[in-house]
Structures are given as structure tokens and as C-alpha cells.
Design a protein around this ligand. Sequence first.
Ligand SMILES: Cc1ncc(COP(=O)(O)O)c(C=O)c1O
Length: 393
Amino acid sequence: MDPEKIRKDFPIFRERPDFAYLDNAATTQKPEQVIDSVSNFYRKNNANTGRGLYKLANDATKIYEASREKVADFIGAEAGEVIFVRNTTEAENLLASSLEFEGGIVLSEMAHHSEQLAWRREAGKEGKELKYIETKNGEISLEDAEIKIDQNTGVVAVSHISNVFGAKNPIEGIIELAHENGALVILDCAQSVPHMSIDVKELDVDFIAFSGHKMLGPTGVGVLYGKKDLLRGLNPYQVGGGMVKSVKKERVRYSDPPHRFEAGTQNIAGAVGLSAAIDYIKKLGLEEIHAHDLRLTGKIKKGLREIEGVNVLSSEKSILVSFEVCGVHPHDVAEVLSQKSVAVRAGNHCAQPLHEELGMSGTVRVAPYIYNTEKDVEKLLEGVKEVLEVFDV
Ligand SMILES: Cc1ncc(COP(=O)(O)O)c(C=O)c1O
């Protein structure tokens, strides 16, 4: 992995060579290859999919379906198990609205609002019991999961990697526990798919959700994976054109999955861009990407721990680093860093209940990715030292 070379593929870094963009957990920058794939689709192949009978429309359908196959192959699924959605949030809402199940819902304390609110609303509507698994050392506590997941659990919705702590949760154990108790598992993979290889069959997970824009792809396209048999039993989330076999006055027959869940014209160019993003990631290799991320987060944590007044929250194997500068509001830290061309995220990262539990109003989050360099890390650490000087703490 040569981040300096990789940077050359990203127009934003050609415009801003010294920009230390470290907010990749929010969204990643886009390489030329992804931008070109979207632009070329509109220039050369644009037509609606699954409808027209002329060659251009057939070709557009083939390209769209080839993107689905690419995604399926990337996560070890079958193409029919991959539904294109707008993002992780839409995938969670689709499932929470469509899934019919007996029993209560188990979430984790560290849940992003995206998974938390969709399931909480459903629990409220249906009068279902809602439980939260506690956090221990920056990970979901397996011990507490053993208490919270029981015979009365219908759904367990947790994150593979928390967007605040950045470490992989013990999801293998959680999936086993849930299945032993007859519950379904929905795994939020928004922060894991860009960084590590995932095989849905090996994990034996029922559903996963992730967003294209966090893995070099365009905004507005994401993925919901579901086991074939489970998808067949689900009602559509939205209804309209492109998701029906036949519509008569007296009855409607819906298409089979995945098209049953893709009502109306889809983000076709977005799916094409996501396919190009997967090509880019595969060329670099997920193992190399993960090793690079761990190397940089290791340096960041080491550097931050050496600065007096800084408290690092993330644990050893995290792919991102959350921290606080004691006595300084996270927004102020981000502001000072921004003046030095260092972009980080500050706030509660859409995990407000977790921050309440931690007794913090917010944290600063640094999330490196493939194009971040040691120089970026040095700039960040210098910036944090400057924060201490500016605020005299
Ligand atoms: C763990 C996690 N889940 C879900 C989301 C929501 O992603 P999106 O805004 O793309 O729907 C995010 C985004 O930050 C996230 O980090």
C-alpha cells in the first residue's frame, strides 16, 4: 500500500495536496475510477433498467445486474440476496418495517441512531420489549448479550464495528446466541465492509446493511443483504413500478426478491459506481487495507496517549480513534484542527445514548483510510498539541 500513490487517483487531493482528510467513517473521498464509471454510464449507457426492450435499455439492465453480482461476490452472497437501497439507514428502515416476527428486540448501547431509531419505532408501534446490550472495553459485552438475548427475543440488531469505538464486536458469539434462541440477526456493517473482508455465509448472519459512500462509492447507494428464504417471506417496503409481476384491479403479484424491494427507478449510476469502488478496493486488497488502517490508528493512539490531557477511548484493534481533550469541547478541537487542514468529526456521532452512558457530550473521531499518510498523522498530533496551547489546558 502506497498512500501517496493512491492519493493521485483522488481528484480532491490533487486540488488539496496537503489536506489531511480523516473523517472517513462519515464518508470517503472518491477515486477517479469511480467518478468516471458514473460519468461514463450517463454518457454511454443511460436508460432505465428492467423496463425498455431496446438495446440501450437491455444493456443498462445488464450493467445494473452485473453491479449486483459484483456486490454479492464481494460479501459471499448470491445476487438474488442483494437489494440496492439508498444507504444503511434505509436498509434498517426497510427491515424494521417489513419483517414480521414474534418476540422482543435487542439492540446494543453503542448503536448508531440509524439502527436504533428504526427498531425503536417498530418496538413502540408493536408494543415489543426493547433491551440494550451493554458496552465493555469499547465492545459489545458478550456476557451481557447472554443475559439480554433469550427465548423471548425475536430480533437482534447490532453493529459489526461501532462508529465511535472502531473495534470489531464479538458478533460470531452474538449470532450463535441469537440463533440458539430462534432470533434473527441484523448486522450493521457500515463501518466494517470498507475495512475487512466479510463472508455472510461463513458468519451465518441473516441480514447485513452497508453504505456505498463509506467505501469509495457514490452517495445514494447502499446494500441490504438477506438470506434468500428470509427475503422471500418479506413484504415490500415501498410499492410502485418495477417491483411487480402483474397488477390487476382485483390483485397484485409482487416480483421475487431482490426486485420486490426496489420500487421505482433506482440509483442505477450509483450501483455502477459502487461496483467500480469494489474493483478499486479489491485491487488494493482488503487485508492490506486493514493492515494499513491498523498501522495508522496504532500510531494515532500512541501519539495521542503521549499528550497529557488527552483521553483515548478506542481500544487496541480499532480502525478509528475516538478521544477527548480534557477541558476542551470536541467542536473546538475540530475547529482548531480544521485551521491546520485536518478534517475530523466532533460530536456524538449519531450515538447520543452511548455518549450519555459514557457521561460525555461528545468526542473527537479520527478515521483514516487508504489515502492517509504518516504525514497526516503528524499533522493531527501537532494540531492536538496546539489545541492544548490555544485553550491553555
Ligand atoms: C455504524 C453506522 N451505522 C449506520 C450509519 C448510517 O449510514 P448512512 O448515513 O449511510 O445511512 C453510519 C454512518 O455513519 C454508521 O457509522
